[in-house]
Design a protein around this ligand. Structure first.
Ligand code: NCD
Length: 306
């Protein structure tokens, strides 16, 4: 039963609940008009204290496609946060107006705090460098559609694995399925946090690390590229030194398997050359579309419309 639940991190939902959401998203993709009124009379609030294009707009499009309404802000400067209001008070207020809240905040743990004060479900749309569970649902729906399921994959995560919340989320989620392996490809300074590797050790999921993409690209079924997270660096010089650590181009794609897929949560900066976009293995713009459908399924379930 997903009605009324919060989604703060991927493991808040069981494996069968994730299947339920993906299956509903697949039904919506096949026949969207059957779902165009299921959220009539319901309101989604999008509270974005950090920039966003895809996440916020796909949440809003999702609710509108379900026949519901949307309100919110995309810049905290326009909300009473700028007057010093606490997150708790903002959430108490907004949750008394709406049926579900999607929020993004630069502080790790902010969505969890919000869920403690909310009268309605809270969806974490990204909390600092921590988790981004609806990007994970997006990634999983894409993997299910293009790779047939969630088991038996070698997933290479490449780029900023230290600050990349989409990486932390997807690693947690995919470690629950059988026979998955991870290859973490990053400079030493941007390595995946220890709390993630300690978790993988504790559940016995195998992983290796690498610094050169060329040396492992041939071994992966799924290559998950990420942007170096400029906004989370303390020092601009470090960002400039590390920002172009990896650039996936046609040349490197010749080393990859024919049925490998490339995912990226987007926005991309330089880490995937546009010349790769025409490669049939480039799946990141398909992933964008799956993101809206999976958010439709999630909203419909959390508000109890389906
Ligand atoms: C990601 C995020 O915000 O964490 N973007 C997204 O939601 N699709 C990735 C990023 O900003 O690099």
């Amino acid at each position: 039963m997903l009605k009324g639940r919060h989604l703060i991190k991927p493991s808040d939902f069981s494996v069968s609940e994730i299947d339920e959401i993906c299956s509903l998203a697949e039904q919506i993709i096949v026949d969207p008009t059957s779902f165009q009124d299921v959220c009539r009379g319901k309101i989604l609030a999008t509270l974005f204290f950090e920039p966003s294009t895809r996440t916020r707009l796909s949440f809003e499009a999702a609710m509108l496609h379900l026949g519901g309404a949307v309100e919110g802000f995309s810049d905290a400067a326009n909300s009473s946060t700028s007057k010093g209001e606490s997150l708790a008070d903002t959430i108490r207020t907004v949750s008394s107006y709406v049926d579900v809240i999607a929020m993004r905040n630069p502080k790790e743990g902010a969505a969890l705090v919000a869920s403690r004060y909310a009268e309605c479900p809270v969806i974490n749309a990204g909390d600092g460098g921590h988790f981004h569970p609806t990007q994970t649902l997006t990634d999983m729906l894409t993997i299910r559609a293009l790779k047939g399921g969630f088991e038996g994959h070698t997933i290479g995560f490449c780029g900023d694995l230290k600050f990349g919340r989409t990486v932390h989320s997807l690693t947690e989620a995919m470690s629950r399925y059988k026979n998955n392996k991870f290859i973490f490809i990053s400079p030493k300074e941007l390595a995946v946090p220890e709390y993630i590797t300690e978790y993988l050790d504790s559940v016995g999921v195998p992983y290796t690390t690498a610094e050169r993409l060329e040396s492992v690209i041939g071994d992966v079924d799924i290559l998950y590229m990420t942007r170096v997270q400029k906004e989370r660096f303390f020092n601009e010089q470090d960002y400039i030194r590390l920002k172009d650590s990896y650039i996936l181009d046609r040349q490197k794609m010749t080393l990859a398997a024919k049925n490998m897929i490339v995912l990226h949560p987007l926005p991309r900066v330089n880490e995937i050359s546009p010349e790769v976009d025409d490669d049939p293995r480039a799946a990141y713009f398909k992933q964008v579309k799956y993101g809206m459908y999976v958010r439709m399924a999630l909203i419909a379930k959390l508000v109890g419309a389906l």
